[in-house]
Design a protein around this ligand. Structure first.
Ligand code: AMP
Ligand code: GLY
Length: 446
């Protein structure tokens, strides 16, 4: 019998098929409390790992996923991606009597509605960029015209990371409003927009494990969202990440006081309910208007996500010393106060290997060769699959693999990561060459 404290072995179903889910399955499978580990739908990496079983059910089929979890005695279901959370997968599965790691639909609204998330921050005095919420083109255009601080335009709903326009001029902001309201580029996700003041600074990702009462922060990470070196090119799902982050250490107390404490207070007084992973996108910087006035940079919360980050998870899992399964279990059960999170005293650097033309197009059916990797390097698959014989590994997506290496410092981890990448080959493979370079103080000139 399973108890509130995880004492028996349990079977686990992880929902999703990206690098984040591979990294989660990889870590879960190392737990001595893990029975069978299933991944739906999984990818080539989860298929090739003997400890993980892929299940051919899409993340959108809540009924089939629930039936599978019940029929295979899964005591815990872990939800990876944002869309099923926004569509209420946790509510659905809980109604079927399953124990699920992840927030319910209403709690996940912190991710699927930027207007809701900004109002939450305002209500709880969490520092964030000044903003306004608009529902039609004309009012929004007038607002942008009358307020010279209003230059960041965001579609309210989920838009695959593409619904944010960081503009310099009124004309650009108007163009963004037109794309959202007039062209309807984001469908229903763009029926409302959030207009924000532009901030200038450095970003970091902080993941907070929450069980409805207790907040346990994970080690901080930094993502690299732009496709090309020196942060050029289009935004992507993420081209690499590293952990820990010096910028976080410099602002740890402010983040504790202005983000974590208000969340703890809101959970305590019932104005917030949340179970799962709350991911805060933080920008340490100044407002665009004050950039010349030598104002000291402070942490602003840009956004919340209601899940593990990708590729942050691929950077974090190899650094995590604690068994992850009791942590996920305690979050779902409301018993996190008994847990703590320990990290190896190592840095990690994760470099995403993508298709050459990602994010415009993806790679399909190209053979992937992975040579002998050093012990401190790990490959997490995203857009991969096994061929019909289950022997060859083939490309099957835009972001294909992520290579994470550990080292005694970020510099060493970075060196190890790029050395290990030489062992991986597929036609039209591409990656950024500057992941974590800023952290080691060798910023490329822009
Ligand atoms: P979001 O999805 O809200 O995190 O926005 C995506 C990206 O847009 C962030 O990672 C930032 O790089 C950028 N961004 C968002 N909001 C702002 C802002 N107010 N000022 C400057 N950049 C922003
Ligand atoms: N790395 C950003 C995200 O997971 O949304």
């Amino acid at each position: 019998m399973v108890t509130a404290r995880l004492e028996d072995k349990i079977n686990i179903l992880v929902v999703g098929g990206g690098g984040r889910e591979h990294a989660l399955c990889w870590k879960i499978a190392q737990s001595d409390k893990a029975g069978k580990v299933f991944c739906a739908p999984g990818n080539g990496g989860t298929a090739a790992d003997a400890r993980i079983t892929n299940v051919d059910i899409p993340v959108t089929d809540f009924a089939a996923l629930s039936d599978f979890a019940k029929n295979n005695s899964c005591d815990l279901v872990v939800i990876g991606p944002d869309n099923p959370l926004a569509d209420g997968i946790v509510d659905f599965m809980q109604e079927k009597g399953l124990t699920v790691f992840g927030p319910r639909k209403e709690e996940a609204k912190l991710e699927w509605s930027k207007a809701h998330s900004k109002q939450f921050m305002l209500d709880h005095k969490i520092p964030t960029a000044r903003f306004a919420v608009m529902h039609d083109f004309e009012t929004a255009r007038k607002f942008v015209f009358e307020n010279d601080w209003a230059r960041v335009i965001k579609a309210d709903g989920l838009a695959l990371g593409k619904g944010v326009f960081v503009c310099d001029t009124e004309a650009e902001a108007t163009e963004a409003l037109s794309a959202i309201f007039k062209e309807g580029r984001f469908g229903a996700a763009g029926s409302t927009v959030v207009i924000e003041e532009k901030l200038i600074g450095e970003e970091l990702s902080l993941l907070l494990l929450i069980d409805g009462k207790t907040v346990l922060p994970l080690s901080a990470c930094q993502d690299h969202k732009r496709r090309f070196d020196a942060d050029k090119g289009p935004n992507t799902g993420g081209m690499g990440a590293y952990s820990p982050v010096r910028l976080y250490d410099l602002h740890k107390d402010a983040i504790e006081q202005q983000l974590i404490k208000p969340i703890e207070a809101a959970l305590k007084n019932g104005t917030m309910k949340f179970q799962g992973m709350l991911f805060a996108g933080i920008l340490v910087g100044v407002t665009h208007g004050s950039r010349e006035s030598k104002t000291a940079p402070i942490p602003y919360i840009l956004e919340f996500n209601a899940r593990f980050g990708d590729p942050e998870t691929q950077a974090l899992m190899p650094r995590l010393k604690s068994d992850i399964l009791p942590l996920l279990w305690a979050s779902a059960q409301g018993s996190l106060a008994q847990e703590k999170i320990e990290w190896y005293d190592k840095a990690s650097v994760c470099v995403v290997l993508s298709a050459q033309n990602y994010p415009e197009s993806s790679s399909k059916d190209k053979v992937i060769e992975v040579g002998e990797l050093p012990a401190d390097a790990f490959v997490f698959h995203a857009g991969t699959k096994l061929d019909a014989d289950g022997k060859k590994l083939l490309t099957n997506g835009g972001r294909v693999l992520a290579l994470t290496a550990l080292g005694d410092s970020i510099e060493k981890a970075r060196e190890n990561a790029y050395k290990a990448i030489a062992q991986i080959k597929f036609e039209d493979m591409a990656c950024r060459s500057d992941i974590a370079l800023k952290e080691v103080g060798q910023c490329l000139s822009t």
